[in-house]
Design a protein around this ligand. Structure first.
Ligand code: NAD
Length: 427
């Protein structure tokens, strides 16, 4: 019998491809696939890459010779369309944040399973469209939030699920990226963008997934003047506030501060900190305090990070001698591949629909469970957009009587409906 195979397509081959997708595909190739008693051995091979110029795909082909199977490279304006005409089973979309929707829609419309980088999309209308297509075509539509697989965040959620930490009251999260990120790698697409959508979204999802509740309102401000002009549309840093309400009527407020203009020699290369306060406890997490500080003359902090996150994605010599690259950033992609292998090869064809429904219920990665996160992102983008247009400090209310997302302007009775459907169907 032929070994079942999942053939993968990739749209966008930038930093995140190199950090997580590349090692996943190399490992799946080296190990001959994934094994699970429900689907047996299933090969997973990278079959095609769509990119704008083909240059990065070519560079990857050279660097990965022998490490992945032969793959096709499609370049130019219709690269994604060409990739979708080939016989791929699923496609990973890792283009810049504001270019996910178009590619994701084409993937689903072609009846291929979809794995999309965070933030899934920037508006609820787009999310509705993708969800509709996924249902219509009978395929999975999943999003990567790898911080949910961070062992520290899993422990936080375990203590919440087990009611050891009781009722979150408030909290803060910060994530600071170095200037080299906004000024280098991202320079091509950064105009008009903000670090909130790029990285606050990790914590929006963490809060939404870990504590549940109903998102009530979103406010946001930020600073400009380093990445672009002080009166321009590109943000250096943002401060987002979300208010949630829980089943017992009590509320919690969360502040998420992000930046991509932190000095490059700051010891916390990607500085991450969270604090959540509960009725009966406090959870503190700090990327540098949990981790490693390593100095090597002539190397740190530029060539090698001083504070490395060996849980996310690290290269290691294993105690048994093998070289490896592993961590939760790679695990999250493997998890998706296993879920997909279960849907397609985990039993009889007649039970495929029930397997598909079972995997769709996994709320950590399903697009159907991404509504409040997308609502927060859409609200933040709208508030920052009004700020640029001369009206700072707007607030967005969720499931307001006038609509699902309603922008309220300071000093004005005018209400602007950003999304007319309900964010939470139950209300
Ligand atoms: N999970 C994480 O922690 C994490 C970390 C970094 C980035 N990301 C996400 O991954 C995505 C990509 O980020 P990145 O850091 O790799 O950015 P990047 O700038 O390094 O790479 C983006 C890639 O997309 C390509 N691209 C741009 N427009 C395209 C289009 N229309 N069609 C096809 N390819 C196109 C670019 O040429 C480049 O190869 C973003 O959505 C980002 O939020 C996630």
């Amino acid at each position: 019998m032929m070994t079942p195979t999942l053939r993968a397509g990739m749209v966008g081959v930038g930093m995140i491809f190199d950090e997580t997708y590349r090692p996943f595909f190399e490992q799946a190739h080296a190990e001959g696939g994934l094994y699970d008693r429900r689907f047996g051995l299933c090969r997973v091979e990278l079959a095609g890459i769509a990119s704008r110029t083909g240059a990065r795909a070519d560079a990857f082909r050279k660097a990965s010779a022998g490490k992945v199977a032969e793959f096709a490279s499609y370049a130019g304006a219709d690269a994604t369309a060409q990739l979708l005409k080939s016989n791929v089973d699923f496609v990973c979309v890792a283009t810049p944040d504001n270019r996910h929707f178009e590619a994701a829609k084409a993937v689903l419309a072609a009846g291929k399973h979809l794995l999309i980088e965070k933030p899934s999309v920037l508006s609820l209308d787009e999310l509705d469209e993708l969800e509709r297509l996924a249902r219509e075509r009978g395929v999975l539509a999943k999003v990567v939030y790898h911080k949910l697989l961070d062992p520290d965040h899993k422990k936080l959620r375990t203590l919440v699920v087990d009611n050891e930490l009781q009722h979150v009251n408030n909290g803060y999260c910060t994530l600071l990226e170095p200037k080299s990120i906004s000024g280098g790698q991202f320079a091509e697409w950064i105009v008009g963008r903000n670090p909130g959508t790029y990285v606050a979204v990790h914590y929006i999802k963490l809060i939404d997934f870990t504590f549940g509740g109903r998102l009530k309102s979103v406010s946001c401000t930020g600073q400009r003047g380093i990445v672009g002009p002080a009166d321009g549309p590109t943000w250096d840093s943002t401060q987002l506030r979300m208010i949630y309400e829980y089943a017992d009527g009590r509320e919690a407020a969360f502040d998420i501060h992000t930046s991509w203009v932190t000095p490059d020699n700051f010891p916390g290369y990607v500085e991450q900190e969270v604090q959540f306060r509960f009725d009966n406890g406090v959870w503190n997490g700090h990327s540098r305090k949990r981790g490693i500080e390593c100095t090597i003359e002539g190397s740190t902090p530029f060539k090698r990070k001083t504070t490395m996150n060996n849980h996310y994605n690290g290269t290691f010599v294993e105690p048994w001698g093998a070289r490896s690259q592993r961590g939760y950033g790679i695990e999250v992609i493997e998890r998706f591949a296993r879920e997909l292998a279960f849907v397609e090869h985990g039993g009889s064809a007649s039970d495929r629909t029930s397997r598909l429904e079972q995997v769709r219920k996994l709320s950590y990665n399903d697009l159907a469970a991404d509504r409040q996160t997308v609502a927060a992102v859409q609200a933040m983008e709208a508030i920052l957009g009004r700020h640029v247009a001369g009206m700072p400090n707007c607030v967005v209310e969720i499931d307001h009587k006038a609509g699902g997302l309603v922008l309220l302007k300071p000093g004005s009775n005018e209400q602007e409906v950003l999304y007319s459907g309900r964010v939470n169907a139950a209300r």
